[in-house]
Design a protein around this ligand. Structure first.
Ligand SMILES: [Zn+2]
Length: 545
């Protein structure tokens, strides 16, 4: 039997099992990458929120029920919807709702954006910005308090760096919070001064809390509105499912509220911060509760520091800083103390672990949990899992853990890679090593720190080349097909939903993205220019250009 016939046969079986299912929407006029092996087909039939069948155009058209809708996609390419396996959803949505977006190409543009916001804001009220990156502006220097004073002297201004660990403020913010040249640096923080001992307006790590305004009260409506905005942006870029990497019960409320209002544009698997685990267990909640749109994810913990802010805990020091090995955030004992509760209660666990030491600690905890309380398929996650070696790879494979490496970092954060050094980059974001070991790697953006555009992600993983043309860790290149499978099929596995999504198969959810070009067919350095024409989740267009 030809593969195509087999697929139709599967669909027929699915239809027989659910007699109410009828092909009510036929998509043609595109190259449809469908089936578990991502093969090209001519057409696809949908029934409600599910895929009904795929195959040759004439065969699929013959399945149309009376009155079925028919859409010709005009020569496009269709892939399964992308799954961002590590991103921050409700929290970044709130930023989009209330803060000024500062990922602009010059300091002048940032000043102008803040000035525009100031004109609409009552004097004295704080203005916040996010996504500022000192390495991405034309001036080639950092923001200063004088820059921000030019935007407004009537509002305290605080702009957070894209990575999250530094803050840039204006003179009024310093004045209001009584921070001056004599203020001592707090432990674990730095108030940056120039050569003359004057404050520049930059504050690092724990010092950022010195010059923040009062914490604004966030309402349920604002959270819902934030979720509406951010999930619309995900849908616009071809994403149909996201794993919220560090959520809270409040965020779960926001997703449910948005869903009820018809405002949720992608499916959310919500990891829950470890501090909520007692309450959640007491309430009878565990991983998997929910439905295809909003589901409780793993419990989330943090082993070590960050890659973009250069605090990941490593066995070898940072290049040029011989005494700096990074930071271990939670100790092995502390990770175990939360992990054991979650593991025994049947939760999946996800641990943020970037450096080789951070990953070793997380794996030791997972290995101990399985030794003491073996579970058949705990499906442990290693969030980011950036810097690996042969020993770690073998242990990840042995315990069947799922790494979720940054999918756009090589392309987007290339200039920060120098602090890791070229050699170490051969073992970072190690997509090739994971796949060669048979590890089900499921990459993600970590938005806000990393951009979420899946086309940038494919290009980054396939070319290992940054936006300036420098190649980092060429040995870790993977193929376009491998990158797509990791970002679709493996994403579904990471949320234990491989029976529901991750490929366009009969009976699975109709989650797909329509592209103007086929990423398999273009020059890999031009994948980023491919346009998303439409996105569909559950048979409904969530984005149309
Ligand atoms: Zn994260």
């Amino acid at each position: 039997m030809k593969r195509r016939d087999f697929c139709l046969f599967t669909a027929a079986a699915a239809a027989a099992a659910q007699t109410t299912l009828r092909a009510d929407h036929i998509l043609t006029g595109a190259r449809f990458y469908a089936g578990p092996e991502l093969q090209p087909f001519e057409a696809i039939a949908l029934a409600g929120d599910r895929v009904y069948a795929y195959g040759a155009r004439s065969e699929v058209l013959a399945l149309a029920s009376a009155g079925a809708k028919k859409t010709d996609l005009g020569g496009a390419t269709v892939l399964p919807g992308f799954i961002d396996s590590h991103t921050h959803v409700a929290s970044s949505g709130l930023n989009h709702l209330v803060q000024v977006e500062c990922d602009l190409s010059s300091i002048e543009a940032i000043i102008s954006a803040i000035r525009t916001r100031a004109e609409k804001t009552t004097p004295g009220k704080w203005i916040y910005g996010f996504k500022y990156d000192d390495t991405k502006t034309a001036e080639g220097r950092k923001l200063t308090k004088e820059d921000l004073d030019r935007a407004t002297t009537k509002h305290p201004v605080a702009i957070r760096h894209r990575g999250g660990h530094s803050l840039y403020v204006n003179s009024l913010a310093l004045q209001v919070r009584d921070v001056n040249a004599k203020t001592p640096d707090p432990s674990g923080g730095l108030i940056v001064k120039d050569a003359k001992g004057q404050l520049t307006g930059e504050l690092r790590e724990t010092a950022t809390s010195l010059a923040m305004g009062p914490r604004e009260v966030v309402t349920g409506n604002q959270r819902r509105e934030g979720v509406k905005r951010i999930t619309a942006l995900f849908a616009k870029s071809g994403i149909t499912s996201v794993h919220d990497a560090f959520g809270s019960p409040d965020d779960l409320h926001a997703y449910q509220d948005a869903y009820r209002q018809g405002e949720l544009s992608c499916r959310v698997y919500g990891l829950q911060g470890y501090r909520y685990i007692d309450d959640l267990i007491k309430a009878g909640v565990r991983t998997g509760l929910g439905d295809e749109w909003v589901r409780v994810g793993a419990m989330k913990m943090t082993s070590d520091g960050s890659i973009s802010e250069r605090t990941a805990r490593m066995s070898q020091p940072y290049t040029g800083r011989p005494d700096d090995f990074g930071i271990q955030v939670m100790s092995e004992e502390e990770l175990y103390s939360y992990g054991v509760k979650a593991h025994k209660a049947g939760w999946q666990i996800g641990t943020h672990a970037n450096g080789d030491v951070g990953i070793d600690v997380a794996l030791r905890v997972y290995e101990r949990l399985q030794r003491e309380t073996p579970r058949k398929d705990p499906r442990f996650r290693l969030e980011h899992c950036t810097l690996v070696n042969e020993n770690l790879l073998n242990r990840i494979k042995a315990i069947n853990a799922i790494p979720t490496p940054f999918w756009t970092y090589v392309y987007y954060h290339g200039e920060k890679m120098r602090e890791y050094g070229a050699q170490r980059l051969g073992q970072m974001f190690a997509m090739r090593s994971f796949l060669d070991k048979g590890i089900r790697v499921a990459p993600g953006s970590d938005y806000v720190p990393g951009p979420f555009d899946p086309m940038m992600a494919l290009q980054s993983c396939v070319t290992r080349t940054d936006s300036n043309g420098t190649v980092w860790g060429a040995n870790q290149k993977i193929t376009v097909r491998e990158a797509i499978l990791a970002s679709t099929r493996n994403g579904a596995y990471a949320s234990c939903e491989e029976h529901l999504k991750g490929s366009l198969d009969a009976g699975k959810l109709a989650d797909l993205v329509v592209l103007d070009k086929d990423p398999h067919a273009v020059n890999p350095s031009e994948i980023i220019r491919i346009k998303v024409l439409r996105t569909m989740a559950g048979g409904r267009w969530t984005f149309e250009s």
